[in-house]
Ligand binder design. Structure first.
Ligand SMILES: Cc1ncc(COP(=O)(O)O)c(C=O)c1O
Length: 374
């Protein structure tokens, strides 16, 4: 392969992420880098952090773009809060809830899981029961937008239960932030994180995090230092807040891209943007149903950002369908994860990818491929 051939072809990204990035954001990523202690970078970071607060719906001071992807943020938030021997309660209604459990176990926590069948929401009553049984719980955690199943988890009742038991509430908002309302403060979420490559419309590599004062106090009262130096909130805060002490070389070009993406989002307006995501998702689902491709997730709780649909029974090789969509039409969609491998397709309608044009292109391409696939 020559160097020229190694440049990937243009794609319409309608998988579970990353989503397509607008020319404006891409141009911003290409700006000349500045140093990680440049005063102008801190001006940009202050504005960017204020915009992230708006998106999260929070006044949390400690809101920042962590270097790394969504998994880095999951690991970072958990490793600051969870110490060996702590009781944590984790909701598992899909693949990413399972990852939270795995990380908490590695951190030495005693983990109680509250489970739902994949494709369904977690019930608040199950959290109430678990919290009753466990006794003193430090943290309750769950995923808001389960990318593996397309389910949107209601949060209010779980937040109330967590607080009634004096526990913190941590929520994964990787596939919701920027595509739908999240209302961190109103809902009572103490810690939330996301990723830039989904509904925010920026390239992968940064993970917005927000930490309430209450969570900050809990982390500050740890018995032992955070085991991962790179993710230690105290050290990270010393860089993002004054006195801006060197911590690591932040990826300034990704920060330029994220800042531009946030400007685009706020110019569009949050209400308009969320409505666009819903409208485009509805159009996609209507078109798919007309082709006898049916939604997977529980009705009434379907995400507007990630559409999980059942692979029709007559399709024996669903991987080949996705491969042909990519090779013949340049359109990426995702397959199932874990126990849903081979059973569902996951179609993202996120950020710049959430357009009617993309829906029409995908529907016609899929129809053409399915007509000639078995
Ligand atoms: C809900 C959820 N959490 C966490 C992650 C991990 O994010 P990343 O792949 O950016 O590390 C993903 C990625 O798809 C996700 O959908």
């Amino acid at each position: 392969m020559t160097m020229a051939e190694a440049i990937p072809s243009p794609r319409i990204l309608m998988g579970p992420g990353p989503s397509s990035v607008s020319p404006r954001v891409l141009a911003a990523v290409g700006r000349a880098p500045v140093g990680y202690l440049d005063p102008e970078l801190f001006e940009l970071l202050d504005a960017l952090r204020a915009d992230l607060r708006t998106l999260f719906g929070t006044s949390n001071d400690f809101t920042f773009p962590l270097t790394g992807t969504g998994m880095a943020a999951m690991e970072c938030c958990l490793c600051n809060l969870v110490e060996p021997g702590d009781n944590v309660v984790v909701g598992v209604q899909g693949f990413f809830g399972g990852r939270m459990v795995e990380i908490c176990r590695r951190l030495g926590a005693t983990v109680t899981t509250v489970c739902a069948e994949w494709g369904r929401v977690l019930e608040a009553e199950a959290f109430a029961e678990a919290l009753q049984q466990v006794g003193k719980v430090k943290l309750v955690a769950c995923v808001h937008a389960e990318t593996s199943t397309g389910v949107c988890q209601p949060l209010d009742a779980i937040a109330q239960l967590a607080h009634a038991h004096d526990a913190l509430f941590l929520v994964d908002m990787v596939t919701s932030l920027g595509g739908m309302a999240v209302n961190v403060d109103a809902c009572g979420v103490d810690v939330a994180y996301s990723g830039t490559q989904k509904c925010l419309g920026a390239p992968p590599g940064l993970a917005p995090v927000t930490v309430s004062e209450r969570a900050w106090q809990v982390a500050s009262a740890r018995h032992s230092p955070v085991s991962v130096w790179y993710f230690d909130w105290q050290l990270l805060r010393g860089y993002y807040d004054a006195p801006h002490t060197y911590h690591h070389t932040v990826p300034v070009n990704l920060l330029f891209g994220l800042q531009e993406a946030l400007c685009e989002i706020l110019e569009e307006g949050l209400a308009v943007r969320f409505e666009r995501h819903q409208r485009v998702s509805d159009a996609l689902i209507a078109g798919l149903q007309a082709m006898e491709v049916f939604p997977f997730a529980q009705e009434g709780y379907r995400l507007p950002t990630l559409n999980a649909v059942r692979v029709p029974e007559h399709i024996r090789d669903e991987v080949a369908v996705r491969r042909r969509l990519l090779q013949e039409f340049g359109i990426e969609i995702g397959g199932g994860l874990g126990e849903l491998r081979g059973k569902i397709w996951r179609i993202g309608t996120m950020g710049a990818s959430a357009t009617h044009r993309n829906v029409v292109l995908l529907l016609s391409a899929l129809q053409s491929v399915m007509r000639t696939s078995s």
